[in-house]
Ligand binder design. Structure first.
Ligand code: M6R
Length: 624
């Protein structure tokens, strides 16, 4: 959830580190810090509470020279967000500094032991224990820092991605990971065997690295890397056995990480959806033969053919897409699908067997609970399939097979294009499986494929129809509560709309299946309660939702509706109405969610919220 940046080379480290922190700020942002070995050979640490810009202001009169450094943007887990608890942390002698992502679970025991041995702590974080432990190992074993890092990490229980500076060795940057991602960028000069141009970059994801190089190594669990100024690097495991890393080429470009003229990443990402899902579908639909090509299924046919059920594990927005996926896969491929919160699944004793297929859905590919659910499924011998966005992230590397959603980097904390990308991927999955299992008749299958290909254009039209939302959203800034209702495929859309509003505007919102209103929530309705109803017009549920709206209207609730073009019944009962193009029920969520994303965005803007970095949240939840 926090972000790490590191640099060693010939350039000034500070500007590279700060730029990297800005790019990583979406991961966590309650404090930030930087550590450098400056030209005078001092190991300096500068930290500030708040955003990266606060850190920049605080160093305006400081020595920020030096060609080696580490930096961090924090999302607090242990210890309140303040400058003391911000990273980097010094060791007691101030010879070492360290940044850390993750949680050291046994930090209390370690701290007590270190304190007994005379070590004094400056703050309350689990991270400080790590740097103190490394120094303690150095002193007690009379060893170099790299050996001390090995020794210290062997005593640690928990998850970590760390980077360490040692004042006595300004020519090496040490880093390690377990359970928290860390990526090493290989500088362009390193190939040329010209030590004068060699450099390494470090990032908790690729965003701070991509500007400088596309050649990276994904550090593996329990690996420790030593990056030398001369361009050489050495990677070992905790037992000091040399590892041979695989080099990867990043598949993203800098433009994708910029706002491109939009005031916020969230709005940019909402507007990117038509193109993002075009990319998601590209190469996976054969328009001539009306076929679906998903190598993840094709190459593992035997697992899918013998599966008696599918279990989908995910969190947050990804869990909402899983619910819609369940409806579609069951309908198309006639296989039972269960949807689980990964955080619950991992701590239950689920009944699993080797014929189960488990699908893990995650935008970031780094969500700790989802990763743990995968481990559990693997222990039971299940075949595990990943649906992720971030290429090379931990989930794709820990699953047996899978499909990338390919919607490009999602920076806004509120997930938007990843949701629709996940839906498309799950629909493709359902169709591909249906084809293998022969559960759909050919005419219907072809119609489903044809209708899916029309969705990007219909999304574009939907975006056009959201233009009026900015104006009427202002009327709802006073509200303390919202209710979102939908039925069938649109019920998870109601959940997703409510989550979007909660996370970026801080207005309490709940999503319900519309028919559940009568069983309790209808008591909440009065003239102050806005009710957002997704009432797209196809199938038998439309008439039923019309009745549900009447029940709310007669209790003076305010109706904001999302309806199909040409609708009259719901429109006439609505205070505000957004029309979307007609499509089949199972594809309606792809369009219906867009007005809800836009609505939450403009309500949050009207309330003066920071939509890209809402309070208390982080883009990827890499801790439990
Ligand atoms: O990266 P993941 O998809 O695994 O993340 C899961 C949730 O943390 C995420 O969807 C979260 O709910 C979003 N902020 C919602 O907008």
């Amino acid at each position: 959830m926090c972000g790490i940046v590191g640099y060693i080379g010939t350039k000034d480290a500070y500007p590279i580190l700060i730029k990297g922190l800005h790019r990583l700020e979406y991961r966590g942002y309650d404090s930030a810090g930087v550590s450098l070995i400056n030209q005078g050979g001092d190991l300096v640490v500068y930290k500030a509470k708040g955003k990266v810009s606060a850190l920049e202001q605080s160093v305006s009169d400081k020595d920020i020279s030096g060609t080696i450094g580490i930096a961090h943007t924090r999302w607090a887990t242990h210890g309140e967000p303040n400058a003391t608890n911000a990273h980097p942390h010094y060791s007691q002698s101030h010879a070492l500094s360290l940044v850390h992502n993750g949680i050291i679970e046994n930090y209390k025991t370690l701290r007590v032991e270190l304190e007994k041995n005379g070590i004094q702590f400056a703050g309350e974080t689990d991270t400080e224990v790590l740097v103190q432990l490394i120094e303690y190992m150095q002193v007690t074993h009379q060893c170099d820092t790299v050996t001390a890092v090995h020794l210290a990490l062997k005593n640690v229980v928990g998850a970590y991605a760390i980077a360490v500076l040692d004042k006595r060795n300004p020519n090496q940057l040490i880093c390690a990971r377990k359970g928290s991602p860390l990526i090493i960028g290989i500088g362009k000069g390193n190939d040329k065997a010209k030590p004068g141009e060699s450099e390494f970059f470090l990032g908790s994801d690729a965003t701070p690295i991509i500007e400088f190089t596309d050649k990276v190594i994904y550090l593996q669990d329990e690996e420790i890397a030593v990056l030398n100024r001369n361009g050489k690097h050495a990677i070992t495991n905790l037992d000091s056995i040399k590892q041979t890393p695989q080099m990867h080429v990043l598949q993203m470009n800098l433009d994708e990480l910029e706002k491109g003229g939009y005031p916020h990443f969230m709005l940019k990402e909402i507007y990117e959806q038509p193109n993002a899902i075009r990319t998601c579908m590209r190469g996976r639909i054969d328009p001539t033969n009306k076929d679906i090509i998903l190598s993840g299924i094709r190459d593992n046919k035997e697992h899918f053919m013998r599966a008696r059920r599918i279990i989908i594990c995910a969190c947050g927005t990804s869990w909402h897409s899983a619910l819609i996926g369940k409806y579609f896969i069951e309908e198309a491929a006639h296989i039972p699908v269960e949807v689980e919160y990964a955080s619950e699944f991992r701590y239950r004793n689920p009944v699993l067997d080797t014929s189960d297929v488990v699908i893990a859905i995650s935008q970031s590919g780094e969500t700790a609970d989802t990763l743990a659910a995968i481990q559990l499924a693997k222990q039971h011998g299940c075949f595990v399939y990943g649906v992720c966005n971030v290429i090379g992230s931990s989930i794709p590397r820990n699953t047996d097979s899978g499909t990338y959603i390919h919607v490009g980097p999602e920076i806004g904390v509120a997930s938007t294009k990843a949701f629709t990308g996940q839906l498309i991927t799950l629909i493709l999955f359902g169709l591909a499986l249906a084809k293998e299992k022969n559960t759909l008749d050919e005419v219907l299958f072809h119609q489903l494929v044809d209708d899916l290909m029309l969705i990007p254009e219909k999304m574009q039209q939907t975006l056009e129809k959201t233009k009026g939302i900015e104006q009427f959203a202002k009327a709802f800034t006073y509200c303390k509560n919202f209710i979102y209702l939908g039925r069938g495929y649109n019920y998870p859309v109601a959940l997703e709309g409510a989550l979007k509003l909660k996370e970026i505007s801080y207005i309490h919102a709940e999503g319900y299946p519309a028919a559940e209103m009568k069983h309790g929530p209808i008591a909440l309705i009065d003239e102050e309660m806005p009710v957002v109803v997704i009432a797209t017009k196809r199938g038998m549920l439309y008439d039923k939702i019309v009745s549900n709206i009447q029940e709310i209207k007669s209790r003076r609730g305010k109706i904001i509706s999302v309806v199909t073009e040409g609708d009259t019944a719901v429109k006439s009962m609505s205070d505000y109405c957004i029309e979307i193009p007609d499509t089949r029920d199972s594809y309606a969520p792809l369009l219906a969610v867009i007005p809800l994303q836009v609505l939450s965005y403009y309500i949050a803007i009207a309330k003066g919220r920071n939509v890209d970095q809402p309070r208390n949240l982080a883009k990827s939840v890499t801790v439990e």
